[in-house]
Design a protein around this ligand. Structure first.
Ligand code: C2E
Ligand code: MG
Ligand code: MG
Length: 699
């Protein structure tokens, strides 16, 4: 039974109680009224009879008594009989039955008992002159007063019944409408709870329905809004989390790449250098031989040419795997780059064991390589340098192994060759080449080319990078990679660096005269930068070009070279910055790229390495790396510029990632100084860059 239905019980009880009291009062009142009337009429008739019959008795006119009695009958309708007893003579008069009396018979007996109206019997004793007594008995019936009371009460009862019925009908209607409203509310709540947050209640006709609908709808609206803002922030949180995970992965990858070769997973040159020192120490301590074996794959280039770069990569991976399998817990394999691998054979007892191991390795490497369901054949040449505790460092041992490998190739490939000091050909070759570079500097064969740096979004040219070229009398224009590595470890790099600085400053002076105040960046080699007198010499050079403000000069140092002696580098950067010069970390992303290094190096700019930028449109890892570098730069409030922007799409994507500055073949290739002004005058930024928006929070 519902709570509404339960309401009927108290209401009914209340009605019954009120009715009982009311009808008790009504009954009492009506009964009193009818009884008093009934009794008064009876008394009047009694009196009449006494007054009319008594004189007749006194006059002994007893024969007239029945007539007088009969004449009294119409005087009281309640009369049931009059009886005259006189010395054994009986006379009884009875009234005719009236229609009311017949009706009175329909009054229920229980009602008559309830009212307590009963028959009235009166007796009149008359003393006759003869000394006898005559008796007059008069009987009254209560039927008519009873009928009167019954009719009155019944009439009231009918009215009450109609009222009560009306009350219950109205109550039921109200309850039914409330039940309907409750059912609608329950249904809407259930649907809302089961996830339909768009559910709303119809307005309804009554004010109650409208009030309930309004409050449900406003609650549902509020919760819906809360939920959607919760969902939105959950989504944002998810995206941020995703970004953070990607950035972490990218950073992990960067630091993994510092010590590992990405293609093969083997340790790289940097890792080898660290391990080398340990192994040199151990072999000195244990008086064992350490063999440095440099493996160079034979005719690897022709595999690349014939079967494609993918096949080449696959072979390099398989070579790495075979070398790695050989190392066990004892030896150490690394990839130097290209098709060159190094194996450190540690704890060797004799040259004979080294030879045995190398022979095994050569056999292992000459097994066919499974590539794209075909077996490719490939051999390797090996050069071996042996460390037996003499004053030799890792670098010279590697160089010796390199020379030996060269010899092995010369003697007909798939061979190994131990280093022989008498055949140190390459040293001499290198020496000759270095001399050539020095002559180039002295003879004025070096040139500076300039590559523009632009703000893609603003469509402005912001500066130039000075890039070195060698105008070789026979070989044409040579890129730095073709000659700088020869001199990077010698003091010649310092002389070249100073020439570049002077040349760039001189060029800036000319551009300033032409109205162009471009910032020009100059690449500084690690060895040059680490000279104790670097800052003072730089000051001297700047002093030679008073028309150029030092703030227009930018120095680029390779991220990797900045990390050798951080404290020293930091001091130099600070001293240069005190002069107004800005600093960029070049090829950023290829070194350690860790937050702690970036924090300690007070550089102004990071240049994202071109290798990542170039592949960012189709390589997810590189995209994440670019994004991570932009994020790092932002979090340290550094300017970030992308190198290697080869297309308009690269530029648009970089703008979306939050990097507006760029340099690359997609904007302009490095050009001779006298082509720069014309290029700048005709520079039109890509329309896609103007509409591109910074849409992604890098991290
Ligand atoms: P860097 O400083 O990172 O310079 C950018 C190199 O990327 C330049 O090569 C430039 O020509 C090339 N480059 C620019 N945009 C693109 C592009 O969209 N796609 C591709 N594939 N390459 C692009 P460059 O001129 O051969 O210089 C190579 C490196 O040699 C320089 O890298 C820098 O480390 C070094 N270098 C150049 N000039 C000097 C110099 O005067 N002194 C020193 N110490 N090093 C220099
Ligand atoms: Mg550079
Ligand atoms: Mg670079």
């Amino acid at each position: 039974m519902g709570s509404y239905s339960r309401l009927f019980i108290p209401i009914s009880l209340l009605i019954i109680s009120v009715s009982a009291v009311r009808y008790q009062a009504l009954l009492n009142q009506e009964t009193a009224l009818a009884t008093s009337h009934y009794q008064s009429e009876a008394r009047q008739l009694d009196l009449y009879l006494a007054n009319t019959v008594l004189p007749l008795a006194v006059q002994t006119d007893l024969r007239s008594v029945p007539r007088v009695l009969r004449s009294a009958l119409p005087l009281n309708h309640n009369l049931s009989s009059i009886r005259w007893d006189n010395a054994g003579e009986h006379t009884e008069v009875l009234p005719d039955t009236s229609p009311e009396e017949q009706l009175a018979a329909s009054v229920p007996a229980w009602f008559a008992r309830l009212t307590g109206i009963t028959a009235i019997n009166s007796r009149l004793t008359v003393a006759l002159p003869g000394g006898q007594d005559a008796i007059l008995d008069v009987h009254y019936r209560p039927d008519l007063p009873l009928l009167q009371v019954w009719n009155r009460v019944r009439h009231q009862a009918v009215i009450s019944a109609i009222n009560i019925t009306l009350i219950f009908v109205l109550l039921s209607l109200i309850l039914a409408s409330h039940r309907k409203l409750l059912a609608r509310l329950t249904m809407a709540t259930e649907r809302f709870r089961s996830g339909d947050f768009t559910i709303r209640m119809a307005d309804g006709a009554t004010p109650e329905e409208q009030a309930v609908s309004r409050s449900f709808n406003s609650m549902a609206g509020d919760i819906g809004n809360m939920l959607s803002s919760l969902q939105a922030s959950q989504k944002r949180l998810g995206e941020q989390l995703n970004e953070t995970v990607h950035m972490q992965k990218a950073l992990q990858k960067m630091s993994w790449q510092n010590y590992n070769d990405v293609l093969t997973g083997l340790p790289n040159r940097a890792a080898l250098a660290a391990r080398f020192e340990q192994e040199l120490f151990i072999s000195r301590e244990r008086q064992r031989l350490l063999a440095v074996c440099l493996f160079d794959l034979d005719h690897f280039q022709s595999i690349n040419d014939r079967h494609g770069a993918e096949a080449g990569d696959e072979i390099l991976k398989q070579v790495a795997a075979r070398l790695h399998d050989f190392t066990g817990q004892v030896h150490y394999a690394a990839r130097l780059g290209g098709d060159e691998f190094v194996m450190l054979l540690c704890g060797q007892a004799s040259i004979a064991t080294i030879e045995q191991n190398v022979t095994l390795l050569m056999q292992e490497l000459s097994r066919p390589y499974q590539c794209d369901q075909q077996a490719l054949h490939m051999t390797a040449s090996a050069g071996i340098a042996v460390y037996a505790g003499k004053e030799l460092n890792a670098e010279s041992l590697l160089r010796q192994a390199d020379h030996a490998a060269y010899q092995a190739k010369l003697t007909g490939r798939n061979q190994y060759h131990f280093f022989d000091t008498n055949l140190d050909e390459e040293v001499r070759t290198h020496h000759n080449q270095r001399t050539e570079v020095r002559h180039a500097l002295i003879n004025g064969e070096l040139r500076l080319y300039y590559q523009p740096k632009v703000n893609m979004r603003a469509g402005t040219v912001v500066g130039m990078e000075a890039l070195l070229r060698w105008q070789h009398p026979r070989r044409g224009v040579l890129a730095p990679a073709q000659f700088l590595p020869l001199v990077e470890q010698t003091d010649l790099i310092i002389d070249i660096g100073e020439w570049v600085l002077r040349q760039a400053l001189w060029q800036m002076q000319r551009w300033i005269a032409a109205g162009q105040h471009w910032v020009v960046s100059v690449n500084i080699a690690a060895r040059h930068f680490q000279q104790p007198d670097f800052v003072s010499r730089l000051k001297t050079i700047l002093g030679e070009f008073p028309g150029v403000r030092p703030s227009m000069l930018e120095l680029e140092i390779l991220e990797s070279s900045a990390l050798h002696d951080i404290e020293h580098v930091r001091r130099i950067i600070r001293a240069c910055q005190a002069l107004g010069i800005t600093f960029a970390l070049d090829d950023f992303g290829t070194g350690y790229s860790s937050m702690s290094y970036l924090k300690r190096l007070p550089a102004n700019i990071v240049k994202i390495d071109q290798s990542f930028v170039r592949n960012m449109l189709n390589d997810h890892d590189d995209l994440h790396l670019v994004r991570a570098v932009i994020g790092l730069a932002r979090s340290f409030s550094l300017t970030v510029i992308a190198e290697g922007v080869e297309s308009i799409e690269h530029g648009a994507r970089l703008i979306q990632l939050g990097c507006d500055l760029a340099q690359g073949y997609g904007i302009a290739r490095p050009m001779p100084a006298d082509a720069v002004l014309d290029w700048a005058a005709n520079f039109v930024p890509a329309p896609q860059w103007r509409v591109a928006q910074f849409t992604e929070t890098p991290v």
